[in-house]
Structure formats: structure tokens, C-alpha cells
Design a protein around this ligand. Sequence first.
Ligand code: NAD
Length: 349
Amino acid sequence: MQTLIEQWSGEAVVTRYDRETETWVFIAIHDTTLGPAMGGCRVWQYPTPADGLRDAMRLAEGMTHKWAAIGFDLGGGKSVLAVPRPLEGDARRGLLRRFGRLVASLCGAYQCGPDLGTTPDDMAVIGEETEYVHGYDRVHGQPVDPGPFTALGVFVGMRAALQQAFGSVEFAGRTVLVQGIGDVGVPLARQVAEAGATLVLSDTDHNRAERLATALGARTVPADQISTTPCDVYAPCAIGGILNATTIPLLGCRVVAGSANNQLAEPADADRMHRRGILYAPDYVINAGGATALPLLGRGHAAEEVLDRIRTFERTLTEIFSVAVANDESPYHAAQRRVDRVLTARRRA
Ligand code: NAD
């Protein structure tokens, strides 16, 4: 862990060993150039505590990129609670409250929200100890579901991609394949269907895909045929690493635009898609709708204002695609440079 911290480009790591549950707690603060660090709280079992720390650092860096790319005055941060076994009931509650006190002690330097392995209800428990938590509406005592906000960001990002790839934002006459019929995939599929596209759905839980397909007049494909299914737009909304040296040569789409985190197995996959003429919407930009909504709703902004903010992703992605086309490169590189430019400008200011 010492080597990991020494070699990391980030600003700080807060570490705590929670003796009661044998959990390692890491809060990684990557870059606060734009503002206080904000990012989800992940509860997960890792092979070793160092793997949890590595994940927290990697994810915190991703949040720096996300906030900079969409023009938010927040910094990159993430927390990981590396549990030794699944924790429920009083043990989980106790851990979350002690974590909440740790977050409170940072006085806003890090703000958390839901992530893999945590729910809005978990955020409510953390919120018993600190105000620096998002994902739960304190006023109405209701959880905030980020999925529909993320779906809206993906939908408007798809419009930008359609314009770039086909010269029109129209969905009519286009086929869109949604992989993963979950919190994001369901509202996304509904919007895509309403916009008039031919919809293809896929999920490892085939019944889930079938049910929604019946409701929306769509068809389904088995999960193991996703890469080879012909479509105009492929929307990965399930797992990461699905764009790789094996799948990219098989892809039958012109556009990849979906919510899944870490879609590329490695950065070279962006170039692989570019060489095949596939337009890739960088995941950390197009999937930022939920991340945008949580802090804004937490600060009391009206829902319509939040939706308008997310709709600006269409312009952001249009700009990224234009730069990429002008440079004959993947939008992945154009987005990375945009992030560097935003951070450098703020550091100079
Ligand atoms: P979810 O768990 O609600 O749904 C995921 C769905 O994908 C499930 O129905 C699951 O059965 C299915 N699935 C899993 N593996 C699959 C595979 N190999 N092929 C096809 N289907 C598969 O998750 P979600 O909240 O909808 O998030 C989807 C993705 O988007 C994740 O990568 C998540 O990290 C990312 N993301 C989500 C949000 C959000 O607001 N929920 C925000 C940003 C990024």
C-alpha cells in the first residue's frame, strides 16, 4: 500500500481500519483543482486491502476526469469500504455510521454518494453522521434514484453521436441495441423506443429483457450474441471491459454510446474502434447524468434545472466528436485533452 500511495498522482488518501467489522476504509482524494472531491462510496470484497485501495485511487481519478469533462466545480474522489464478507443488519449499519463520522471529520473535503454495493438507504445511514452525503432526499425522506438521470445523459449523448455518424439526430430508421436492462437500461430503452428507433434488448436475465421487449415492441438477443448483433447504436449498460481486442473486430455497429463504467478493457481499444470507423462516446462523459443530479438535487435545485443541465451533454459530446473528427482520432483522446485543458486553465487562474 505504501508503494501504491507513493506512485499515485492524487492528493491524499484517508485510511482507517474498522476493527469491529475487519473492514479497510479508504477515501481517495485525487484532484481538488475544481472543487471539493465528490464520488461514490463502494462496499466490496477484494482479494486484499491493497486491491481496495488501488480501486479507490483509480475510481477517484476517473471522477476528476468526469467532473472536468462536464464542467462541474467538483474534484475527483471515491471511497472504498473493503469488507471481508457481506455485511448486513447492525454490523453494516455500524460500519456505515463510523464511515459517516470519518467523512464528517473531513469537513466537506470529500462528499460521498451511492456506488457499487451501496444503496440510497445506505446513504441515509451515513447521513445520520454527516451532511456531506448525496443520494437521499433528507427533506422528503426519499431515496434518489440516479438511473433515469444517467439514462437521459446517454440518450442526449446518442443524439450527438447520431448527428456525427449519420448527419441527423433522428432515431427513426435507426436500430439501437441496449445491453443490460437495469436501473439505466430500462429508462433508456423507453426513451429510445419513444423516439422511434427499432429497439433490441439483451440481458443475462433473459426474462427481464423479454418482459420489457414485450412492453415496448422490441426484440431480444441472447447475451452471448451482443457483440455480433448488427445495429446502428450499441449501448453497453451492464458491465465494464466489454470493448476489447476480442469483441471490437466483431462489432456490427457504427456507434457505441452507453452508461457502463470502464467500457474499454485498455485505452488502445479506443483506437481499435476508431480504425474500424466506430464512433465511441467516452463512458465517463456520457454516463455522468446521475453524478450530475445527486449533488444538484442535494443542494435543492429543481428537477427541471437538473434535467436541463444533463441535456447539455449533447453539446459537450458534439464538441468532443468534432475535435476527434478534425484530428482523425478517437473521441477518447479528444475528451482526455478537454479534461487536461480544463484543469490546466483552472490551475493557472
Ligand atoms: P443494474 O445492476 O441496475 O443493471 C445491470 C443489468 O445488466 C442487470 O439487469 C444485469 O442482469 C445485466 N447484466 C449484467 N451482466 C450482463 C451481461 N454480460 N450482458 C447483458 N446484461 C448483463 O445497473 P445500472 O445501475 O443500470 O448500471 C449499468 C451500468 O452503468 C453499470 O456499469 C454502472 O456502473 C453504470 N452506471 C450506472 C449509473 C447509474 O446511475 N445507475 C451511473 C453511471 C454509470
